[in-house]
Design a binder for this molecule. Sequence first.
Ligand code: F6R
Length: 580
Amino acid sequence: MCGIFGVSGSSVASGATVLKGLKALEYRGYDSWGVAVRTARNDVFICKDVGKISQVHCDFPDGVEAFGHSRWATHGGVTKANAHPHVVGGVTLIHNGICENYRELKEKYPTTYASETDTEVMASLLAAHFATGKTPEECMMQMAKEVEGRYAVLAFFEGRPGICAARKGSPLIIGRGEHETYIASDIPAFLPYTKNVNYLDDNEMVRVVGAEVEFLNLQSGKAIDKRTIAVPWEAEDATKGDHPHFMIKEIREQKSTIASAINQSNDKLKAAAKMMKEAKGVYAIACGTANKAAMAGEYFFANIAGRKVNVVPASEMSSFLQFVREGTLLLAVSQSGETADVMEVLEIGKNKGAKILAMTNVESSSMARMADVHLPLQTGPEKAVASTKAATAQMAILFLLAYADAGRVNEGRELLSATAGAINDMLNPRFEERIEAISKKLAKHENMFIIGRNTLYPMALEASIKIQEVSYVHAQGFAAGELKHGPIALITEGAPVLVLGDDPETLSNAMEVKSRGAWVIGVSCIHSEVFDEWIRVPDCDEAQCISTVIPVQILSYHMAVERGLDPDQPRNLAKSVTVK
Ligand code: F6R
C-alpha cells in the first residue's frame, strides 16, 4: 500500500534509478507517482503525475540523492496535487501510511495547503519545527510525538545532506550498496543492486548520506546498532521472466511452492503445535484471500485434530476481542505480514497477554517479528496483487500444523508431498489451455456462482474473490447446501455455476441448479454427467482444496486477459493493505 524508494550516493541517485525501483514496487499502489531528485547544488527537482509509472516522461537532473513514491490513495482523490512528494518550507516528504489526527495537526500547523493529503500536514509539521532551528533528527522525533497513526516516511531537509527516514507501523528496509544506500518499502526494489539489508523497526529512524548510515531511536534519539543480513533472494525471483504477467508466473510457481512451504523446521512445528495445545482458545485472524485460507484451516483442525479454531476476518474482531486474554492464541495468516487490520488485533492481543503464531511470506515483516513463533511461507516474492501461491502455501502449512497438533506430523508431510507432486503434474500447458478455453466463454458473462462443501466451501468464497478482483465479473461463492435456502432464485437459463467437488451431496446441489437451466462447470477428481464442462483435478484426499483452487486461479487470470484487463494491477486495489 504505497511504495517508497530512495537512494543516496551520487553515482546512482538518478531519477531513472528511482523510477526503476518504484516500478518494482508498483504492486503496492498505482494510482499516481512522484519523484524528487536533489542535486549537488541542493536544488530539489520534482516530477509527479497520475497514472502508472510506465507513462512517465521527465528530464531529471543529475542527483546526489533521490526518492519516489507510488500511491494508493487514502486521504484525497487521485490527482496530481495529491501525488507525493509534498513540499512545505524546507521539507520534501513522501509517506506510506495514515496520519489519523491530521485534522487537528492541520489547524496547529497552518500553511497554504496545495493538496488534500494527510502527508502534506506531516510535511508542514516537520517544516515548522525545522524553521525553529531543530535538526532533521529532532524534527522527526517531534513528528513521532505528535502524529497518531502508521507511517514510513522519507524526507529531504533543505541544506542538510542525506535522506532522513522513519518508521512506525509501515515497512522500511535499508539496502547497503558499496558506495550508496537504498531505502524501500520492500526488498525487490533494490535487489538488482544489493542483497545486504537492515530492517528498520517501529519507532526507529535512519539518516543516510551515500554509504554512511546512522540508525537512531525515534523517541530518545540514541544511536542503535543494526545487524546487516544477506537476503536469500535472487533478482530474477522478483521479475516476470518469460511469463506475460506476475499472476500467471506465480500460479505456475505452485509446481514447487507447496513443497517449499512444507519444508518447515521440526522444532518450530513442534513449538507451534504446543502453542495450539496449550492455548485457551485459538483465533485465526486474516483478511481477504488469507482469511479464506484460514477458513480452510478451520476445517483442517476440526477434521484432523478435533480442534475448534475461531476464524474471524481481522476487521470484524472488535466484538470478539473481549474473549482474547492471557493464554489465548492468535494465529495470524498473511502474505505480506503487514496488513493493518491484522496488525491492530495482534497489538491489542499482545497487550492482553495473548500468544502470537504467524504465517507470513516475508521473514522481516511486522507480524513475523512480533510473533512468538513464525512459520515462513517460503514461496519467494509474490508481486501480483491477487494472492495465489501464498494462499496455497498458507493452506499447506495449516494442514501440516493440524497434523502436528494431532501428533501425526509425518503422515501430514507425506500427504502434502503427494499433493505437491500431483500439483506439479497437473500444472502443464495442456491443462492451462483447457481452462483458457472455458474462460473465453465465461468472460462473456457478467454474473456467476461457485459452490463447494467442507474445505471446498472456503475455496468457493476464494474463487469469488479471485474472479471478481481480476476479471470484474460478479462472482458469488456459496456453501453448496445453502443454495436452496435462497440464492437458487438467482439461477436463470445459462447462468454459469462452478461446482467444486464431486461428493454426492454437492452433485445433487449441482443437479438442482442444472434443472433450472444453469451452465455447470465441474472442478473435481471424478467426472459427473451433471457437468457441462469438466476440469479434472488430482485426488489429494484431505488436502483436496489446495489442488482444486489452482484451476480457479488460472480461470480468473484468463478471464481477465480475455476481457482486456491487466490481472497484475486490478483497479482500486493494492497489495499489502496497510490502512484500516
Ligand atoms: C486477494 C488478496 C487479498 C489479500 C488480503 C490480505 O487476492 O490478495 O485479499 O489476501 O489483502 O493480505 P495479506 O495476506 O498480505 O495479509
